[in-house]
Design a protein around this ligand. Structure first.
Ligand code: ZN
Ligand code: ZN
Length: 314
């Protein structure tokens, strides 16, 4: 992979999730198409890019220039029509470093087609990566993985995983025990024992594991029927963003269009044991998202119907 630009090394560890839109298929007066921006240490990751995404980004103060990776779930129009406009704006701002676009098989063709409009010639490199299930991106302190969904087109969900912290290395203790400053420190931090003469030093003697913590995990699931094995991929997820196109009374319509109801999304959240569920990608026929939220809460109490430009700090 070519080097990517890293912004704000000293950013705090908070992961910020912004709902750029919460509508599916068509926009409404109050809802743009479903796409999400996630901020980690000053970098923005963009998940899907429906029409109007960049205007939502302006409102939410999501910087175009701080995006290195775009992750596309699938190629239905409501998830990709914002790409040409975003590329044009990036070019206008004289972006001069690569942009990665990840998506199912055919992503290269989709990006190529979106650049076929006259006068749309970005002066930066767009690198398209076809994904399969498993690891998609591994950066210094996070990774993004993909898993398969059940939709009318090949569709993937994504999980952002922050690297966890094993604990704090107690440098002074290590020095007192006779460990020389240098590569042996790293070995101990990695959980390996080291030998100093005849003496063995175990990681437990120099690491404060009480200060360790699991990395944060945020998953995005659009669009899908609530079937298949994807709930197993969601184990350990803190925040699950799941589509909930319909109310239970429209379950048949959900089945026909390969979408989920709010209740079905809640069942997935419960099965996976996530901490919080955010519903999104609402059908334009559902005017009141509170109704969807209430249906989900009957199954999974910590369900929230997302609104456009809602920010969630994890
Ligand atoms: Zn959709
Ligand atoms: Zn779709």
């Amino acid at each position: 992979m070519a080097l990517i630009k890293v912004f704000g090394e000293n950013w705090d560890m908070e992961v910020k999730l912004v709902f750029l839109g919460t509508s599916g298929t068509t926009p409404t007066k109050d809802r743009n198409f479903s796409s999400f921006a996630l901020n980690f240490k000053g970098n923005w990751l963009l998940f899907d890019c429906g029409e109007g995404t960049q205007r939502q980004m302006v409102k939410a103060k999501v910087s175009y220039m701080r995006i290195n990776h775009i992750f596309l779930s699938h190629f239905h129009a409501d998830h990709i029509l914002g790409l040409p406009g975003l590329f044009a704006t990036m070019a206008l701002h004289k972006r001069d470093y690569p942009l990665y676009v990840h998506g199912p098989k055919g992503v290269k063709e989709v990006v190529k087609k979106s650049l076929e409009l006259p006068n749309l010639k970005p002066n930066f490199e767009i690198i398209c990566k076809e994904i399969g299930k498993g690891l998609v991106v591994k950066e210094k302190d996070y990774c993004v993985k993909a898993f398969e969904l059940s939709h009318s087109a090949k569709c993937y969900g994504y999980i952002f995983e922050e690297e966890g912290k094993k604990g704090t290395f107690q440098r002074e203790k290590a020095i007192k025990l006779g460990v020389p400053v240098g590569p042996l420190f790293r070995k101990l931090q990695e959980g390996k024992s080291v030998k100093i003469g005849k003496k063995t030093i175990n990681p437990g003697q120099v690491m404060d594991y009480e200060k360790g913590r699991e990395g944060k995990r945020i998953a995005f699931v659009t669009d899908t029927l609530p079937k298949g094995k994807y709930a197993t991929a969601l184990k350990g997820v803190d925040v699950l963003v799941h589509e909930a196109a319909f109310l239970e009374k429209d379950k048949e319509r959900a089945d026909e269009t390969f979408h989920s109801t709010a209740k079905q999304a809640a069942k997935v959240a419960e099965k996976a044991g996530v901490k919080a569920l955010y519903l999104t990608h609402f059908s334009s026929r559902e005017k009141d998202e509170k109704k969807l939220e209430n249906e989900a809460r009957m199954v999974f109490p910590n369900s929230i119907a997302a609104k456009d430009l809602m920010i969630v700090k994890v």
